[in-house]
Design a protein around this ligand. Structure first.
Ligand code: ATP
Length: 256
């Protein structure tokens, strides 16, 4: 279980995250949404201390990540998978080698690391591409390698920071399908920053809406997007209604 209490981060005069508290229960998928610049990435990056908050606590299974020393932090990072917007694969390495690299560098035997890489790549549907270089893969496949790289550690918590934001829209779907499968069938605990409304609607156990560094609304998708109480929630509701008006059914009507 992940519990964030009173997280606060300022960049110069700008308050990026303002006394934010949030809980993610084991096995649940929580989707963090909100306008650009509202502090979503800063929050999620603070969890494995890619950003150093000014104050607050981040408790994962009883231990406060923000008070950990470097060696404890190194260990906890192995238990937290992080999928970034940019996949940062190493071009001269194969798919399997990219996934193995972190495991081998953290001291794992090469054969075992390879077996874990193959297993993780199988989970994201890339078992046929073990020997391919990133340049031989589509953007969606490259991001699935990025997901496998995080999964190979068998993390207890998966953090996703806009994993589809740099993808061609046509390739977004294959990544969302993998994420949905992980959320539904593999009982990972997931905190996801995304602007993908269909994913949030289909997969989230809970939606957390942020605005200007603070949480403004929390609830199940059916609550937040159907009966919103916050201004941001109301804007998402309008957006969903707008998108539904261009659904396949109404397109079919136009084609007749
Ligand atoms: N390293 C930094 N130095 C200075 N300002 C920063 C830094 N990182 C983030 N910010 C600022 O903090 C605020 C919150 O940024 P953050 O990236 O957390 O927002 P976000 O909600 O993830 O936005 P987006 O959806 O556009 O990624 C923004 O105003 C951003 O410009």
């Amino acid at each position: 279980m992940l519990a964030i209490h009173n997280l606060y981060k300022q960049f110069g005069n700008l308050i990026a995250v303002n006394d934010l508290s949030l809980t993610v229960n084991k096995g649940k998928t929580v989707v963090l949404m909100g306008p650009s610049g509202c502090g979503k990435s800063t929050t999620i990056r603070a969890i494995n201390r890619l950003v150093e908050p000014d104050r607050g606590s981040i408790i994962l299974n009883g231990a406060n990540i923000l008070s950990m020393q470097p060696d404890e932090l190194r260990d906890i990072r192995k238990r937290i998978g992080f999928v970034f917007q940019h996949f940062n694969l190493i071009g001269r390495l194969t798919t399997a080698e990219n996934v193995m690299l972190g495991l081998v560098m953290s001291g794992m035997d090469k054969e075992l690391a390879r077996a874990k890489a193959v297993e993780a790549l199988d989970k994201v549907g890339l078992e046929q591409h073990l020997g391919h270089k990133p340049s031989e893969l589509s953007g969606g496949q490259q991001q699935r390698v990025g997901i496998a790289r995080a999964l190979a550690y068998e993390p207890e918590l998966m953090l996703w920071d806009e994993p589809t934001a740099s993808l061609d829209p046509i390739l977004v779907r294959e990544v969302l399908i993998v994420m949905e499968e992980l959320a539904r069938y593999r009982a990972s605990t997931m905190l996801v920053v995304t602007h993908e409304l269909p994913f949030a609607l289909r997969v989230a156990d809970e939606i957390v809406l942020m605005d200007q560094g603070s949480i403004v609304e929390v609830g199940a998708p059916a609550q937040v997007f159907v009966k919103p109480v916050s201004d941001i929630g109301k804007k998402y509701k309008e957006l969903i209604e707008y998108q539904m008006n261009t659904s396949a059914q109404s397109l079919a009507g136009k084609a007749e």
